[in-house]
Write a protein that binds this ligand. Structure first.
Ligand code: FAD
Length: 466
């Protein structure tokens, strides 16, 4: 098995000519810092809303989309499974508005691929959540009830154990629920597809251009890189987990955790045998989630969100490649699908996750109201980044519209403690949840200490699951 920093998707998407680094002083109407999905979609929405807007994107990696955006599981779903949390936080109307905006975002991604000729393996599919232990039976009930009460009962469909097995057979699966309006994508192809269209539309992209500082300047903001500077009327900071390392409001709202993926060799005959041919993107119901999907050539990409908590903002090292986590991820895969024993795993990789205490993304105005930052997808950013980017584009253009009024804009969020308390507490809670969930999976009663520690987030108003 090849352990690679950038992962299979980026390799599969092929080489592209990097854009040059910023090497001069530039001006723009809107500066976007970060070329992951949030930044790329923001640039795209900006140009859709104002085709004449001068938009500059600065990306620190050699090519956009090489962070988590090009390495993730490719689950492209809305936020219906978060409906109960959204409602609890902001009330019915706000929750419904966000869920509908997220669903529109997913649709927009599909339409973008089709209309713009981007082959990102867009495959409409169900987003299936299944219980794998009696302790998790009905984990979807809160979200299901919320959707019913919000008048959208079709958003989540409960499934009996037989109905789950009919979509994909596994000895681990029990009952479940499916969100029908989801899809899977090849995320690196999608990121490169947006990047290509932006360049064709005349958006200026500078790669290998890490922004060292963003500060207020007369009439706007100025960002500096090693080789130059961009002065713009407004800026959008879309740097994902790296926001934890920058001064500003997001630092105190994020935890950097990690997620890892293993990829099988093509196993189309196994997929046939277990009836997993409808393309469903599947997760279990654990807080430290297992997630898995198929590819057009019959591989399984299997991920686990149980990686360690990073100290502060360390988005490299074990946040990207952690051999122990990769081994655990592979072991989970074989538990779900024993028919894969003896089949080769070809690739393994991982990446940082920007986790928020509420499990919901957040958009924050930076001092001066000339710059806006977003992060906190907590492992669910492929679909929602399009919605959040639409909001960021509205804010950057100073539009007072539905997108700029979504409740996650400047919605107060609980704060995480400073280091080292944050890391010590975060790791203790992760290990507590891990021990509790492993005991539940093995049919054992979880230990008292693990159960008590795993309950801490709930007691302090944090959501580790949705
Ligand atoms: C292994 C893994 C699996 C996942 N699976 C899924 C999934 O199946 N479905 C899902 O919805 N979500 C998933 N996620 C989460 C999802 O990938 C993220 O939520 C999403 O990609 C976030 O996009 P972003 O643009 O906000 O951040 P990023 O993708 O992190 O992009 C931020 C960009 O900013 C750049 N940057 C950072 N600092 C600077 C700087 N100073 N100057 C300039 N540029 C900078 C980075 O290089 C990066 O390109 C997964 C994540 C991981 C790691």
């Amino acid at each position: 098995m090849q352990h690679t920093r950038l992962g299979y998707w980026i390799e599969e998407a092929g080489e592209v000519e990097p854009a040059p680094p910023l090497a001069a002083e530039r001006s723009a109407d809107v500066l976007v810092v970060g070329g992951g999905f949030t930044g790329l979609w923001t640039a795209w929405h900006l140009r859709q809303l104002e085709p004449e807007a001068r938009v500059v994107v600065l990306e620190s990696e050699a090519v956009c989309g090489r962070g988590p955006s090009g390495r993730n599981g490719g689950f492209c779903n809305g936020m219906w499974l978060s409906a109960a949390s959204l409602r609890e936080r902001w009330g019915d109307q706000a929750a419904l508005a966000i869920c509908r905006a997220a669903a529109d975002g997913v649709e927009r991604i599909g339409a973008f691929c089709e209309e713009q000729g981007v082959d990102a393996w867009w495959r409409p599919a169900g987003y299936l959540q299944t219980s794998t232990t009696p302790a998790h039976d009905g984990a979807w009930e809160r979200a299901l009830a919320a959707c019913r009460e919000l008048g959208v009962p079709e958003a989540i469909v409960p499934l009996s154990p037989a109905e789950v097995q009919a979509r994909c057979q596994s000895p681990a699966f029990r009952a479940g629920a499916v969100c029908p309006d989801a899809a899977t994508v090849q995320p690196a192809r999608l990121a490169l597809g947006i990047r290509r269209r932006l360049l064709e539309e005349g958006v200026e992209i500078f790669e290998s251009s890490p922004v060292r500082g963003l500060r207020a300047a007369p009439g706007g903001v100025e960002a500096r890189t090693e080789g130059g500077a961009v002065r713009a009327e407004r800026a959008v900071l879309a740097i994902g987990a790296a926001a934890k390392g920058r001064r500003g409001p997001l630092r105190g709202q994020l935890t950097v955790a990690s997620s890892h993926i293993v990829l099988t060799e093509p196993v189309p005959e196994v997929l046939e045998q277990i009836g997993w041919t409808g393309g469903d993107a599947i997760t279990d119901c654990r807080s430290l989630l297992d997630y898995f999907r198929t590819t057009p050539d019959g591989r399984i990409a299997f991920g686990w969100g149980g990686g360690r908590i990073a100290f502060g903002a360390r988005t490299r090292g074990r946040s990207e490649l952690d051999r122990a986590v990769i081994e655990a991820t592979a072991a989970h895969l074989y538990d779900y699908f024993p028919a894969l024993r003896g089949r080769r795993l070809t690739h393994a990789w991982g990446g940082p996750i920007d986790a928020s205490p509420t499990h919901l993304p957040t958009v924050t105005s930076l001092p001066g109201d000339r710059a806006f930052a977003a992060a906190g997808y907590t492992g669910n950013g492929v679909g929602p980044s399009n919605m959040v980017a639409r909001t960021l584009a509205s804010l950057a253009l100073d539009r007072r519209d539905d997108a700029s009024r979504l409740a996650f804009v400047d919605g107060a969020s609980p704060r995480v403690p400073p280091e080292p308390f944050h890391w010590i507490g975060g790791e203790a809670i992760r290990l507590g949840i891990l021990a509790k969930e492993e005991a539940e999976m093995a049919g054992r009663a979880p230990g008292k200490v693990a159960s008590a520690v795993a309950k801490i987030p709930e007691l302090i108003g944090f959501h580790i699951g949705r």
